[in-house]
Design a protein around this ligand. Sequence first.
Ligand code: P1T
Length: 388
Amino acid sequence: MKKYNPAEHQFETNAIHAGQDPDPSTGAITFPIYQTSTYVQEAVGKHKGYEYSRTSNPTRCALEACLASLEGAKYGLCFASGMAAMTNVLSLVKAGDHVIASDDLYGGTPRLFNQVYAGYGIEFTYVDSSFTDRVEAAIKPNTKLVWIETPTNPLLKITEIRAISSLTHRHKLILLVDNTFATPFLQRPLDLGADIVLHSVTKYIAGHADTVGGVVMTSNDAHYERMKFHQNAAGAVMGPFDAFLTMRGVKTLALRVERQCENALHLAQYLEQHPKVERVIYPGLDSHPQKKIAERQMRLGGGIISFEIKGGLNTALQFLELVPLYSLAESLGGVESLIEHPAMMTHAAIPKERRETVGITDGLIRISVGIEAYEDLKKAIDAGFAAI
Ligand code: P1T
C-alpha cells in the first residue's frame, strides 16, 4: 500500500489524506470508525499500539495527525469539546501562576478562567492584546501563559501574533492562540511563533454543525508530554464517531472557508452602506483598525461579521427574529449561515458592565456567513431590515 507523507504535500491535499492511509486489512479508502473501548493483547504488554480508547483510539489518532499537519504542528490532541481542550492546556499552569488573556474572548473562556480556575489559585489578567505594549505591561514575575484569540469573538479584534510571540519568547512565557475563528487555512499561528494552537472543531474544522469537539496542537515536546498525560489522566477525549465526522468535514475546509470569506466580504461591504446599520466590524474592510495586520497574517478576512444595528436592543431582537434564512443560533463556522445576539447568547456569562467596557453592546449582532448563494444572503438581510 502507498504511504502518504504530509511533508511532501500542500494544505488542501493534507486535509484529505494526512493520517488516513487506506485500511491495510480491507483497502477501505474512508478511514474506519474504530468504535471500540479496548484492544486485545497477545500477551501482557504485547499489543499493536492501542490498549484502551481513552488513552488512544485509531480514528482519533488519524484525525489528530491530520489536524496537526494542517497547523504545521508535530502533535495534535483531540477532545470532547473546545472547552475540554482548554482545560487540557490549563494543565500547564498551577496554583500561584498568572495568565494574561485577550479582553475579548468567547464568553465560555473567561467563565472557565474566573469561575473555575481562579478558585484553584490561578490568576488572570485581561488586556486588549491588539496592543502589544499592554500585554507587556501586564507581565508579572509569576506570569506563565499568554492566551489570545485573533480574530476575537465577537468583536473581531486582530492581535499581531508575530509581535506577541517575540515578547513571550523574550520573557519565556507560553503563547496560546485560539485559532477557531481563522482556521489553519487562513492563519497558522505556530509559523508565527506561537507555542500552542487550540480550536473548537465544532466550528469551521468539522464545518457541518453536527458535532462538538476540540483540538490542541503543538511542536513542543515537553508541553505535548504534559498535555498527552493530562488527556489520558483527565479523560475528556473525543469519541470515535465524532472524530470520523470531523475528519470527513475537514476534507473540504479550504473550499468552504474560501467561499465563506468571499460571501462575508461582500455582505460586510453591503451592510456598511446600509442606512439601518450603525457600524460594521469585519477584518477585510478598510474601516477595520487592524486591517493591515490581518492582511499580513491571514490569507482572507474570515467568515464572521459583527455589526451594530441602529435602535439598540429591541430593534436587534426584532431583526434576529424576523430575518429569514439566517438561523438564530449559537455557534459558527458551518455551511449554513447563523445569526446571534452576543450580549444575550454567546457572551451572556460576562457581566454587563464588563461587556459594555469591551464593546459588546445590546445592538451588536454576529453573523456566521455560510456557503449559500450570496444573492440569497443579501436578499434575506434586506427582508429582515424591511420587517423592522
Ligand atoms: O463550544 P466548544 O466546542 O466547547 O468550544 C468553545 C469555543 C472555544 N473557542 C472559541 C473561539 C469559540 O468561539 C468557542 C465556542 N463558541 C461558540 C459556541 C460561539 O457561538 O461563539
